[in-house]
Design a protein around this ligand. Structure first.
Ligand code: GLN
Length: 438
């Protein structure tokens, strides 16, 4: 493996079953997904020596399917970033142009696949972390509907938003990996469909993954497909990105699809709402890293507050500290209604906008990222610029919907990704649409 990309935090082989749908394939696993006996760092100094005593459900399923895990992939610390530069283990390089970032936070997973260091990879997507690196590295990434894939064993960043999903060189291979990991899990109640309110699935219904074979949907048949293109998510993008995006749409039109423009008025609040909710949840989820329950010891000299503070001061990097502080502030008494409540309202409006647009189209299409891959170091000192790059991906997590990023072409030699968004549990639709672009 080429050490120069720094795609892996830990290179270690974990053999799977002899046989199964993924026999003979290698898989890179993002380093926030627990692997029994193999350290799982979340890209953080805090967990540099943490070895989980159990496998995440998705890891168990990948092993049962016969795949060989080849290592734990580099990532932004605790998933907080868009470039893989906030990792305590150094940045990962983009194999397409090595002075550029691979995107993030699952940058190690996407770089490993793009460079052929792994056949397939698992990432996690809280606000774009599978789709962004897939787009920047010129590979395919799927962010499943909330509740399709078990999060058991995923170290939580913002649990109401995130899903584990596949990254692969082609749509069909990504869908094959999705077939293996999707489905109900008694260890994650959000994958179960015991009550009526969960996306309209009534008691006794099957889990949507039970009835689907995602790989079969990658048949490239878009004849009659109706695509809606949200103005707000195309207008702000770079010129070269927009050009490549419309060329790809024309290609789909030539294959029998049609598209119309649509407005999603509330997506303008998505980035703000996303960061308030994500930071709020992060401040709570990361409270367990105090040097006693988990993480580097802060030492004890008679005062627990000081010991906790020392642990968190040493263990967390700058971006994580910024988010824990802002999240704690947004949830604090007196500010809760001003920030968190408003963000939850915006989340509901965004969801409604998507539902409306999807009532008159099969899928939505946008550029995955409004920009091309940054040069290394370019965005690190400007967090706001980094956050704004998530404009097209975060609304989808707020709406709990499935989305895929597929290579749409290139602009000045750099990959541009096309994102398709479908209705809840409409993975087959976005997979079918994406496969027509290959
Ligand atoms: N870039 C976004 C963030 O920093 C998304 C990260 C993710 O999906 N884990 O929060």
């Amino acid at each position: 493996m080429s050490a120069d990309l720094n795609a892996f935090v830990t290179e270690e082989r974990i053999e799977g079953a002899d046989d199964g749908p993924l026999a003979g394939r290698t898989v890179a696993v993002k380093d926030n997904i627990s692997t029994e006996g193999v350290r799982t760092t979340c890209g953080s100094e805090m967990l540099a020596d943490y070895v989980p005593p159990y496998d995440a459900t998705v890891v168990e399923r990948v092993k049962e399917a016969g795949a060989t895990i080849v290592g734990k992939a580099n990532m932004d610390e605790f998933g907080m970033g868009t470039t893989t530069e906030t990792s305590a283990f150094g940045p990962t390089r983009n194999p397409v142009e090595t002075d550029r970032v691979p995107g993030g936070s699952s940058g190690g997973s996407a770089a490993a696949v793009a460079a052929g260091e792994a056949d397939l990879a698992l990432g996690s997507d809280t606000g774009g972390s599978i789709r962004c690196p897939a787009a920047f590295c010129g590979v395919v990434g799927i962010k499943p509907t909330y509740g399709l894939v078990s999060r058991y064993g995923l170290v939580a960043y913002a649990n109401s938003l995130e899903q584990i999903g596949p990254i692969a060189p082609t749509v069909e291979e990504a869908a094959e990996l999705l077939d293996v990991i999707a489905g109900p899990d008694p260890n994650d109640a959000t994958t179960r469909f015991d009550d009526e309110d969960a996306a309209g699935w009534a008691a006794g219904d099957e889990h949507p993954a039970d009835a689907a074979t995602y790989a079969d949907a990658a048949d490239g048949d878009v004849d009659g497909l109706e695509i809606a293109v949200p103005n707000e998510l195309v207008e702000g993008a770079d010129e070269g990105v927009v050009e490549t995006f419309y060329d790809a749409l024309d290609d789909l039109e030539a294959q029998g699809a049609s598209y119309h423009e649509v407005s999603l008025p509330c997506v303008e609040y998505a980035v703000e709402a996303y960061y308030v909710i994500a930071m709020g949840e992060a401040s709570s989820n990361l409270a367990r890293f105090d040097g006693v329950r988990y993480g580097v010891s802060g030492g004890f000299d008679g005062d627990w507050n000081e010991a906790f503070a020392a642990s968190r001061d040493q263990g967390f990097g700058e971006e994580v500290k910024r988010r824990v502080l802002l999240g704690t502030y947004a949830l604090s008494a007196g500010y809760h209604d001003k920030y968190y409540r408003k963000a939850q309202d915006a989340r509901a409006w965004i969801k409604r906008d998507f539902d409306e647009a999807l009532s008159e189209a099969d899928v939505l299409a946008t550029p995955t990222m409004p920009v091309k891959p940054f040069r290394l170091g370019e965005s690190l000192d400007d967090p706001l610029r980094m956050y704004l790059a998530d404009a097209n991906t975060t609304p989808v997590n707020l709406a709990d919907l499935p989305a895929i990023s597929v290579p749409a072409g290139e602009s000045e030699g750099l990959p541009v990704g096309m994102q398709f968004v479908g209705p809840a549990f409409g993975e087959e639709r976005v997979i079918r649409a994406a496969s027509a672009l290959e």
